[in-house]
Design a protein around this ligand. Sequence first.
Ligand SMILES: Nc1nc2c(c(=O)[nH]1)N[C@H]1C(S)=C(S)[C@@H](COP(=O)(O)O)O[C@H]1N2
Ligand SMILES: [Mo]
Length: 496
Amino acid sequence: MTTAAGVLAALAGIAASEALAAVLDLRESPVLSVGQSVIELTPGPIAEAIIGVVGTADKPLAIASVIVAILLLGALAGRWWVARRVAACALVGVLVVLAAASILSRPYASAPGVFACVAAGVVVMGVLELLLSAGERKPADLARRGFLRTFGIIAVATAVVGVGSQALATRRRRRQEIEDVRASLTLPSRRVSAPAGTDLQVAGQEPWLTSNRDFYRIDTTLSPPLIDPADWTLRIHGMVDREITLTYQDLLDRGLTDAWITICCVSNTVGGDLIGNTVWGGVPIKGILEEVGIQSGADALLSTSEDGWTCGTPLAALTDGRDALLALTMNGEPLPVPHGFPVRQVVPGLYGYVSATKWVTDWEVTRFADFQAYWTQRGWGERGPIKTQSRIDVPRNSDSVDVGDVTIAGVAWAQHTGIEKVEVRVDEGEWREATIAESPSVDTWVQWKIDWSAQKGDHVIQVRATDRTGETQTAERADVLPDGATGYHGIQVSAG
Ligand SMILES: Nc1nc2c(c(=O)[nH]1)N[C@H]1C(S)=C(S)[C@@H](COP(=O)(O)O)O[C@H]1N2
Ligand SMILES: [Mo]
C-alpha cells in the first residue's frame, strides 16, 4: 500500500511538473532538464558505451531512467511516510533541489522552471498525506476503502493532467513551427498605410485601417488549425468541367491582387465592433472558377475549412467582378494563424459566415437547394448580404462632454454599394449631413464627422447612413438573427 502510494505520488508530481511546464511554456520540463543533465554528466566512455548499445535512443533512455528513478524514490518516500516522516520529506526535498539545480544550470535557466520543481514536490507530499495519513485513525476496513477511492481519484487526475499537458506541449511546439514558417515567408505584398484622406484622425475614433492585432476574430474552433503552406491544397470539384487541386505555390504563381475590403460579422449588433478593415492580398476567385468551368444550374460555392466548418456563397457574388479573393495576406503580411493562415476567402458585401472561410481546403460548386452550411443549419439566413449600417465612435455612450463645440464621429458601411451620405440628429431633431472621408473603394467602411454645439443637459445622438443606390438604412430594430441587425445606432451623453 505504501509503495503504491509512493509511486502514484511520484507520478502525480511528474504530471504536475509537466502540466506547469506546458502552461508556463517552459523550454524544458523538469524531467527533460534532469534527463539532459544526466546525459551531460555521464562520463564520456560510459556514454559512448551506452550509445554503442542503444544508438540514438540514448535520450529517451536517459529520460526513462530519470522517470524510473523518480518512481523508485517515490516508492521509498511512500514506505517512509508514516514512520519516518522527516526522512521521507527530506528525500522529496533533495529531489526538488536536484531538479531545480539542473534547471538553473541549463542555458534557459528559469524561475518558473524552479517553481514547477517545487510545485511537484508539494504535490508529491500532498498525495502521500492524502493517501497514507487519512487512514491512520480509522479502522482497517474503512481505511482500506477510503485509500482505494482516493487512490483511484488521484490516479485518474494524474492521467488526465499528464496526457493533457503532453497534448498541450505538442500543440505549442506545432504552433511555433507554423509561426516560424509564416515568419520566413516572403510574399509579394507589403504592409501599407491608409490611403490619404481616409482617416479623419478624430481623437478616440477607431482607425480607418484596422491592425491585424486589433482585427476582430470569429470562428467556431477552440484552437486554430495549424497548416504548413507546403502541405496546403484546395480541392475544387462538384459541378465543374475540370476538377483541380491548387497548391500554395500555384496561387503565388498567379500573382496576388491587393484589395481594400471591410469584413464584418452577422452577429455584430447595432453599434458593435465585429468589423474590421484592411488590405487583403490574394488571387481573384472569379478567374479560378472560370478555369474549372462552372456547369449550368450551379448557384453556390460550398467551401469547407480544414477543421470542417462549412460555408455557402452565392456564385453570383464570386463571379460578378467584385474583388472576391482567395487571400494569402492581410495588411501585407501572411495571414495571421487565427485569421486563416495560409489561405482564406474574402468577399466584399457578404457577412463572414457566408463568405470568409478561413483555413479553406475544399470547394464544391453546387446548388443552394442541395446543402446547408454550418450556420444555415442553425437558423441563419442562406445568402447573408451585408446591411447598410453606421456607428458613432466619438463621444462614447454615457460620456460627459463640455458645453459648446463637440465633434461627433464614427464609421458607416455598405460594402460593395458604397456610402452616399451619413446624417446625424440630436434629441430627435433635424437630420444634419456629416462630412464623409475618402475611401479607396466601395468595399470599405468610411469615416464621418460632424460638429455639434452642445447645450447643457442630457442628449441623445443618432446616426443613419444612405447607400449609393439612394437607400437609407432602416430605423426598424432587428436582432442579429437570422441575417443581421438593423436600426439606428444611438448614444446618450450629458453636457455640462
Ligand atoms: N474556418 C472558419 N472560417 C470562418 C469562420 C469559422 O468559424 N471557421 N467564421 C466566419 C465568420 S462568422 C466570420 S464573421 C469571419 C471572421 O473572420 P476573422 O476572424 O478573420 O475576423 O470568418 C468566417 N470564417
Ligand atoms: Mo460572423
